[in-house]
Design a protein around this ligand. Structure first.
Ligand code: ADP
Ligand code: MG
Length: 264
């Protein structure tokens, strides 16, 4: 089904953008400015629990900003974002830290700590943020490294790992606090082509685990085969949302059609 990018608002909606929501994530008329430049325009967008959403669109269209707003790596300028039904825009201090541990984030550039081993990168949030005892944290981190196929690399430092291995460590790290939602920002864009498959494989397994996933990606094969829904952005707005088959075979918006002609 093709959804309009701006839902019509009733007077009641307009009065209360903080009303409860049953979605895992819900954007309500979200605006984001960088200085005078508006880069996200009144976005309404919602993701159901357990859903896997792929976000695609040209460079500069606002994809990274959109997902960074969810865990407040960027602070919104207007509207509201609800996570598990709770408004998040006013959270501070401990409540904001709690929100963030509830949301995993995987970056294009891995962002591992160079001076820590793979195991220590994964266990860090448990010991630092959640005050787990060292041994318990290491055991959980080892399980997660096993899950991403890196049980034998626990003692390696990032510089001793390939890009694909580093990104799998980053995924294990994002999962260590048992988030119910994980955000990926072009997780394979910095990888050599031969390493993309091993990362997509881990993401595919994750997609079947029931976790909610929002994935900004240029990997159209992932969007088509793994995602439940594809969201197309341009100019800071969502121009089209559809199930993957429909999006790739019969895109409706002219800009989506042009984009697909270039990337497919
Ligand atoms: P995408 O991820 O789709 O390539 P971004 O969300 O990174 O797009 O960027 C959207 C727009 O916001 C672009 O015009 C970009 O230049 C601008 N932008 C992103 N981050 C910042 C920032 N920290 N300061 C100023 N402008 C930014
Ligand atoms: Mg980006």
């Amino acid at each position: 089904m093709l959804l309009p990018h701006h839902k019509p608002l009733s007077a009641a909606d307009a009065a209360d953008i903080s009303a409860p929501s049953s979605a895992a994530v819900e954007f309500r008329r979200v605006d984001k400015y960088f200085g005078p430049h508006q880069v996200i325009h009144k976005v309404d967008f919602s993701v159901a629990s357990g859903e896997v959403v792929a976000i695609c669109g040209p460079s500069g269209s606002g994809k990274s900003t959109l997902i960074r707003l969810i865990n407040q790596l960027e602070v919104l300028s207007g509207g509201e974002i609800l996570v598990d039904g709770q408004p998040t825009s006013r959270l501070k201090g401990k409540a904001l830290r709690r929100l963030r541990t509830h949301i995993g984030f995987v970056f294009q550039q891995f962002n591992l700590y160079a001076h820590l081993s793979a195991l220590e990168n994964v266990s860090l949030a448990l010991t630092r943020v959640h005050s787990w005892p060292n041994e318990k944290a290491r055991q959980k981190a080892a399980l997660l490294l096993q899950r991403v196929g890196l049980a034998d690399k626990a003692g390696h430092y990032p510089a001793q790992l390939s890009g694909g291995q580093q990104q799998r460590v980053a995924i294990a790290r994002a999962l260590v606090t048992d988030p119910s939602l994980i955000l990926f920002d072009e997780p394979t864009s910095a990888l050599d082509p031969e390493m993309i498959g091993e990362v997509l494989q881990v993401m595919q397994e994750l997609a079947h685990s029931g976790i909610t996933m929002i994935v900004v990606t240029h990997e159209m094969s992932f969007a088509r085969e793994i995602a439940d829904r594809v969201v197309f952005m341009d100019g800071g707005a969502i121009l089209e949302q559809a199930d993957p088959e429909r999006f790739f075979t019969a895109p409706q918006h002219p800009r989506a059609q042009r984009f697909l002609q270039k990337v497919l």
